[in-house]
Design a protein around this ligand. Structure first.
Ligand code: FAD
Ligand code: EPU
Length: 361
């Protein structure tokens, strides 16, 4: 356990918003967590849990305690049927977990290579990329509930994972601290190559391979070509979620923009859940719009206003090379949202968590 007071958090958020914390508690064990929450209760301080700070927008002053979750541990446990359980502490670096898994020839998370951040945050928004999501392999999540001082294990179903969503974003789940996760990996499940960019590059570069390491290599190249490294250009990845809209919205937009990028997704209607989209009547389909395409089409790609802007190779990524404070980043985002709404009638919802009143544990 390491305590510090009046600490700058500029190095603890990849968007590089200037920020500072009254207290910073680096927690390595469950008893460190308990001690931190006991101190918070005794002194009526709020606690904000942080992993790698790659999906947050930090205000200038974080009141109370910022808890850095650094709980360690990685264990691979073979099962009699050939599958392998991967148990990891919340404080491990996610990308290391992917690399250790593919080195062992294990499949299931290779498409999720190079996603920044710590293991404990992975279930929060059900991290996803290149056709895979955490929910494809997640078996369970261990949590510490400060209200009861208890630890519990949640099943995959308990976690209510969706597109960039989970129970950990609800009023009840926001109170919990994730302490570890368990994944089920396999040496022989099929590689996931459906994502258009991935499939195309796979066929050009690695088509003869049948190894998760080859998939990880292609994804890594795709990501490095498009996404800015926060160490060079501060950012928090996609700043907005891809909007999910009804069929009639897509039909209307296609009248003006026949080249609109939109993918069918299954509606949450359980009656549709088992239907492949192709068999579902089009008017009952939900569609995911590419927010990056909308922003690009609206002319914002590469635009920079007073040190905050849209990345020149990926319009969905807002960048903060000027290390501007959160309110200036949010003001830029609000202008962008208003323009996209005016042009396309579509609402963009931010993906990173705005730390503040509601994001306390
Ligand atoms: P943080 O930013 O520290 O925290 C995020 C939220 O989780 C906060 O609300 C925090 O309070 C909460 N939290 C963190 N740890 C815990 C815990 N142990 N218990 C309870 N609450 C906790 N995301 C994707 O899904 N796909 C991508 O392809 C992707 N690409 C990215 C690329 C770049 C360049 C960047 C900068 C980000 C990208 N992201 C992506 C977003 C981000 O990496 C993920 O959301 C990641 O899981 C965040 O991890 P973190 O440890 O940095 O979380
Ligand atoms: N596009 C443009 N212009 C742009 C950006 C994108 O026209 O400036 C178009 C692309 O040509 C493509 C489509 O939009 O047709 C989708 O682009 P891309 O494949 O880059 O993916 P994305 O939808 O922008 C999502 C995730 C990423 C994830 C990638 C790969 C969200 C909000 N973002 O981005 O996740 O890495 O797919 O799967 O779902 C993150 O969450 O932080 C993140 C980076």
């Amino acid at each position: 356990m390491k305590w510090s007071q009046n600490v700058s958090l500029s190095g603890y958020n990849t968007l590089a918003c200037p920020s500072s914390a009254q207290y910073l508690a680096e927690c390595y064990t469950l008893s460190d967590l308990r001690e931190t929450f006991a101190f918070a209760r005794a002194n009526k301080l709020r606690v904000t849990v942080l992993g790698g700070g790659s999906n947050v927008i930090m205000p200038v002053q974080m009141s109370g305690i910022v808890l850095l979750n650094r709980l360690p541990g990685v264990a691979f446990k073979p099962l009699p049927d050939g599958q392998v359980l991967l148990q990891a502490g919340a404080g491990e670096v996610w990308d290391n977990l992917v690399r250790l898994s593919v080195q062992r020839g294990l499949r299931g998370i290779e498409n999720l290579i190079l996603i920044p951040g710590r293991v404990g945050a992975a279930p929060i928004q059900n991290i996803g990329a290149y056709g895979a999501e955490l929910s494809d392999t997640l078996l369970s999540v261990e949590i510490y509930d400060p209200a009861s001082d208890d630890c519990r294990t949640l099943s995959l179903a308990d976690c209510q994972l969706g597109y960039r969503d989970s129970i950990f974003k609800t009023a009840v789940g926001r109170e919990w601290v994730i302490t570890g996760i368990t994944l089920t990996l396999s040496p022989n499940r099929p590689l996931v190559l459906e994502y258009a960019d991935l499939r195309q590059r796979w066929e050009q570069e690695e088509g003869a391979q049948n190894h998760p390491q080859a998939v990880a290599r292609v994804v890594e190249r795709l990501r490095r070509a498009k996404l800015p490294d926060p160490a060079d250009i501060p950012n928090a990845g996609s700043f907005f979620k891809n909007p999910v809209v009804d069929h009639d919205v897509v039909a209307q937009l296609r009248l003006g923009y026949p080249e609109l990028v939109a993918y069918p997704v299954l509606a949450s209607d359980p009656a549709l859940a088992s239907d492949p989209p192709i068999q579902t009547p089009p008017e009952r389909l939900k569609w995911k719009l590419a927010a990056g395409w909308l922003i690009d089409k609206a002319g914002w790609k590469g635009r920079m206003d007073n040190g905050v802007g849209c990345h020149e190779r990926q319009a969905l990524v807002l960048v903060n090379p000027g290390h501007r404070p959160a309110d200036e980043v949010l003001a830029f985002a609000t202008r962008l949202q208003a323009d996209v709404k005016a042009r396309f009638g579509v609402d963009l919802e931010p993906e990173p968590v705005l730390l503040g009143e509601t994001e306390t544990k």
